[in-house]
Design a protein around this ligand. Structure first.
Ligand code: PLP
Length: 396
């Protein structure tokens, strides 16, 4: 059992290998969030009207130092989805305009842009990226081949979801600027997984959830808006639109007050950063990478396929392993239902790990955080050995 595991509240019998979807907070962060809620409850009028904006500024300052942005460029939002909705509301689109996504985009994000484009008579264009790509230029060429004079925005993931690949977003932004196209980076997995410096990426917008790898409380995310875009920002949820405590107007007023709500998750984000920095970010990344290497050693001989990956990328804290297709005697998986293997791993063995479909492939995505142990990986490997016997023969 890892000493770190006691710092979380996960049940002892669960092998939780899905931090990439829903990352639980350490107990210390849960406690800080609770204390902020208690403070709000003890004197709501003082908290909301006189102190809230100052507390949010301090939290944004700490977050900004961590992700490479100034506090004035960051607004707290509930999650990456909420941030992306703001970007959609803030992007002027006319009939015939285009928004460029890639074939790695997250389903909810693609749906949002399809709806936004349909309402404006615009259209979503989806670029197919090479996989694997040999070098950055090949990837950029594939993406920019889909840019036209009607492209108003490129939406690109920093770390892809089912495939767990790191995309070269700074190079994409550089080329987009020379083409005169704005870029929104969809970055929930990058926060804490990678050394993130948004100022060097130089995108127009960056949306992220802090409740993934940073392990901040659920319901904490941020929207970064480059100074050149502040004037364009329109809220997805309309409220008063001004400062609660009478401060000079800022684009962030729309997000500091979105009606009455508990901001404790946002205010506990600095505690999550402190926790990871005190433990050591490199310690966390090394630990995850070591466990993923162990997973690779065990899984590749079972499936005959290397995990997905790309040259020159940083080491992610999750890896996607291609699985053989379902056997002919297994019923097809209805849309929206988990893969039978994922279901069995949970119901029969208490292992949480997603098995997803992407572009005709069946993928097992293994996430590792500090609380995971070699025993978790060995348990998964043993389960796969039992569950994939026929695939071994077929895949090798
Ligand atoms: C690339 C990407 N974008 C957006 C999201 C949505 O994140 P949230 O549910 O925290 O809004 C996810 C979640 O996994 C994701 O992987």
């Amino acid at each position: 059992m890892s000493a770190w595991r006691d710092l979380w509240s996960l049940p002892d019998d669960v092998a939780y290998l899905n931090h990439g979807s829903f990352g639980p907070s350490p107990l210390v962060v849960q406690g800080v969030r609770r204390r902020w809620s208690e403070e709000l409850e003890s004197q709501p009028m003082d908290f909301f009207v006189r102190r809230l904006e100052e507390h949010l500024d301090q939290a944004a300052e700490r977050l900004g130092r961590f992700v490479g942005a100034s506090r004035d460029e960051l607004a707290f939002v509930e999650n990456a989805t909420a941030g992306m909705n703001v970007v959609a509301a803030s992007t002027p689109l006319a009939a015939g305009d285009e928004v460029l996504l890639t074939d790695h985009e997250y389903g909810a994000v693609a749906r949002l842009w399809r709806m936004r484009c349909a309402a404006a008579g615009a259209r979503v264009v989806t670029a197919t990226l090479p996989l694997p790509w040999d070098d950055e230029e090949q990837l950029l060429d594939a993406l920019f081949a889909a840019v036209t004079e009607r492209t108003r925005l490129i939406v690109v993931r920093h770390v892809t979801s089912p495939t767990a690949l790191v995309l070269p977003v700074a190079a994409i932004c550089r080329r987009a600027r020379s083409a005169g196209v704005a870029v929104c980076v969809d970055g929930p997995h990058a926060v804490a997984m990678l050394p993130l410096d948004i100022s060097r990426i130089d995108c127009d917008f960056y949306t992220a959830s802090c409740h993934k790898w940073l392990s901040a409380p659920f319901g904490s995310g941020f929207l970064y808006v480059a100074r050149r875009r502040w004037k364009d920002v329109k809220p997805a949820v309309v409220s008063w639109g001004g400062s609660v405590s009478g401060r000079p107007a800022s684009w962030k007023d729309e997000f500091n007050w979105v009606g009455t709500r508990d901001p404790a998750a946002f205010l506990a984000v600095p505690a999550a950063i402190d926790f990871l920095e005190e433990t050591g970010l490199e310690t966390f990344r090394e630990h995850a990478w070591r466990l993923l290497a162990r997973a690779r050693e065990a899984i590749v001989p079972l499936t005959g396929h290397e995990p997905l990956g790309s040259p020159g990328t940083e080491r992610p804290t999750m890896l996607s392993f291609p699985l053989p297709p379902l056997e002919d005697d297994e019923p097809p998986v209805p849309p929206g239902r988990p893969d039978p293997l994922q279901q069995r791993l949970w119901s029969e063995r208490r292992i949480e790990v997603p098995v997803t479909r992407w572009s005709g492939r069946r993928l097992l995505r293994v996430s590792c955080h500090l609380y995971n142990t070699e025993a978790d990986i060995d348990r998964l490997a043993e389960a796969l050995r039992a569950e994939l016997p026929r695939s071994t023969v077929r895949g090798s």
